[in-house]
Design a protein around this ligand. Structure first.
Ligand SMILES: O=P(O)(O)OC[C@H]1O[C@](O)(COP(=O)(O)O)[C@@H](O)[C@@H]1O
Ligand SMILES: [Mn+2]
Length: 641
């Protein structure tokens, strides 16, 4: 086995020299400071705000500019340089200078950009830096980045700039350089769930994430719902369509993913002709650019798909009675004569009693037309190549939880009982809790996608909204109650005891220990932190961070801010608190430098002290064995290719 492994390794490092240089390369990496990790959560389709956070590295680029150019540039000049780096194309279009003045500006700015690019690259190996360089300008940029500070440097730069001007490439070069700075400041991206729903274009967020090579995603309940829909789970198809319609996001469905809504819209128009669909008025936080559907029709479609979802969910609950003992099938509780709902000992009036598609005898059965339109929708979800690519990315880069560098990340919670112990949950015949529960649910989610087993696909609905799901972490999802009943008490969704217990250090430490972390942090999202009401993102004396701060526009009024980024570099753990993202008319600038709080400082953490350090150390050991094998003639050098 060992011999075969070494022979395989010899394909990659074909002789002693190659092995030796790789060992040296890996040892160098071990001694460098760790790369900067960024943690984002609950992006909820807000692509513009998220792209801004990436372009500005959540304030890190501005910090570096301030550090480097403190004495050289005024505060306004530094601000402008930062904006130029975030939005170079736009800023170049707005630049009022012409002729020689413009050329001088190019030259001055390029020199600042190169200095900054060098400064931001210092903690990475040359090879890593070069890999991030844009292909078209890699050679020139390498030259400029490796040029020593000397009296000849300016002249050398000047010559390069003159050549770029001559061939009319100066602006493209500057844009590439800015993009390089944006990218070199972000080494690793962690998404703590909920990329989808509420905001306009989660698809554009995923497109962007797919261009980074170090990304992981801890699935959120909304992500799992789209993943289940893409696997063809009917109730989840209805769910994601319902949520998109409830926020008027037709562009996402139709343009983003090519989902055919025609059958649903024809059906809704026919069934709810004059119905005002009052409880189904969509929130309009974003306008559709391409499909400017009329809101009356959207409301009808929203109502039609909600009814279908309620029927399909009722069927699921019947199919798996052991899993959903606590779920109420409201459609079966309607008294169609009195237009009331009977629940426990009470009777509640329906606030919308126009239900022409619900049979009084078999309320959970879809009508023929409902069946047909669901077939069209499910087919569209399964055949949308772009959606399937995105879901594939969520599967290959995603998890129920992840531990890295002493941080434990997950979206919702680890279900606890009222005494603060791990709650036991019955999953497909096994009683599980804590880490084992999350591991098993991850296997199920993967099987749903890779092995297409119906029972596993149906479990994606459990993950979306069961009171026992670590991704949901609430007593119930009050869909029927919110749309058809007027009772605040019934509409309430209570949080898992986890959310109370995490205020205690001992509980957080118990969870960390359970996941093999002795000294570290829990990072989760899911629950918007209402700063306005005095809530705090840091809990249990710094052991836990809730970083759902309301990047989602829909939640900003409640939270009072526009989200967080947790940033973990080699010297600090810091929390950036963002301002709402909106374009300021003035010069097209975005005045959005976040408020940054340093939470912990460290003495330069090196790669050797991180998880990657262990991986590299074991690679070095393997390479050393290969070297010995070459030296002793056990494996032949240059024996392949
Ligand atoms: O605020 P909206 O978009 O109407 O959605 C409310 C629903 O979303 C949920 O909060 C789930 O979404 P989150 O994971 O973002 O909390 C449900 O518990 C709730 O019923
Ligand atoms: Mn969530």
């Amino acid at each position: 086995m060992e011999q075969r492994y070494l022979e395989l390794l010899a394909h990659r490092f074909v002789n002693k020299q190659e092995v030796i240089s790789e060992i040296i390369n890996l040892k160098t990496i071990l001694s460098l400071p760790k790369g900067t990790e960024f943690f984002f959560s609950d992006l909820h389709g807000e692509h513009s705000a998220f792209l801004h956070l990436l372009k500005s590295a959540s304030g890190v680029i501005k910090d570096k500019i301030d550090l480097l150019f403190q004495c050289q540039l005024s505060s306004l000049e530094r601000e402008k340089l930062a904006h130029f780096i975030y939005y170079p194309q736009k800023q170049l279009e707005l630049l009022p200078l012409q002729g020689t003045l413009r050329k001088r500006w190019y030259e001055k700015t390029i020199i600042y950009l190169i200095q900054l690019a060098k400064f931001c690259s210092t903690k990475y190996t040359r090879s890593k830096v070069y890999k991030k360089l844009p292909k078209e300008f890699a050679y020139i940029m390498q030259e400029m980045l490796s040029c020593y500070e000397s009296e000849y440097m300016l002249d050398y730069y000047h010559q390069i700039i003159v050549s770029l001007l001559e061939i009319n490439c100066i602006e493209i070069f500057m844009i590439s350089l800015c993009e390089f700075i944006q990218r070199i400041c972000i080494d690793y991206i962690h998404i703590i769930g909920d990329i989808f729903d509420r905001g306009p274009r989660p698809d554009l967020i995923i497109d962007e994430l797919m261009t980074y090579d170090q990304v992981d995603i801890q699935w959120g309940n909304h992500d799992i719902s789209w993943m289940g829909a893409a696997c063809g789970q009917p109730a989840l198809v209805a769910n994601v369509v319902r949520i998109a319609l409830s926020y008027n996001h037709l562009d996402l469905l139709e343009i983003g993913y090519g989902i055919n809504l025609r059958a649903l819209s024809d059906f809704a128009r026919e069934v709810y002709q004059t119905d005002s669909c009052l409880s189904f008025q969509p929130h309009v936080l974003d306008k559709n650019k391409y499909d400017k559907a009329d809101l009356d029709l959207v409301a009808k479609m929203y109502k039609a798909i909600t009814i279908i979802q309620l029927k399909l969910e009722g069927q699921l609950i019947h199919r798996y009675p052991n899993d959903y003992q606590d779920k109420v099938i409201w459609l079966e509780k309607i008294d169609f004569q009195s237009k009331n709902v009977k629940f426990m000992t009470k009777t509640y009036p329906l606030k919308d009693d126009f239900l022409p598609t619900v049979s009084h005898v078999t309320p959970l059965i879809l009508t023929k037309k409902e069946n047909q339109l669901m077939e069209t929708l499910i087919y569209s979800f399964q055949k949308s190549q772009r959606l399937q690519n995105h879901i594939h990315f969520l599967y290959t880069h995603g998890h129920m939880y992840k531990t890295m560098n002493q941080n434990l990340m997950f979206h919702g919670c680890i279900p606890l009982d009222h005494n603060g112990n791990f709650k036991e949950i019955l999953i497909q015949g096994k009683i599980l809790k804590g880490k084992a529960l999350l591991d098993e649910l991850q296997c199920i989610a993967k099987r749903a996608y890779y092995e297409h087993k119906q029972e596993d696909i149906d479990m994606m609905w459990f993950l979306w909204c069961s009171s026992s799901s670590p991704l949901f972490g609430k007593s119930q999802l009050t869909l029927f109650e919110k749309h058809f009943l007027d009772d605040k008490h019934l509409q309430q969704e209570n949080m898992d005891p986890y959310y109370k217990w995490i205020e205690k250090e001992s509980t957080c430490q118990m969870i960390l220990n359970h996941f093999g972390i002795t000294k570290g942090h829990i990072i989760n999202g899911h629950v918007p932190v209402r700063i306005k009401d005095g809530q705090k993102p840091i809990k249990a004396n710094g052991l836990l961070y809730v970083i759902d701060g309301g990047i989602s526009k829909a939640y900003q009024e409640k939270t009072g801010n526009a989200g967080y980024t947790l940033i973990f570099d080699s010297q600090h753990l810091k929390l950036a608190q963002h301002l709402p993202y909106q374009k300021s008319a003035k010069e097209g600038l975005l005045c959005l430098t976040p408020k940054v709080e340093i939470i912990q400082t460290y003495l330069r953490i090196k790669n050797k002290d991180c998880d990657i350090g262990n991986v590299l150390k074991s690679q070095i050991n393997d390479l050393k064995e290969l070297l010995v094998a070459y030296q002793k003639g056990i494996v032949k050098e240059n024996s392949f290719y």
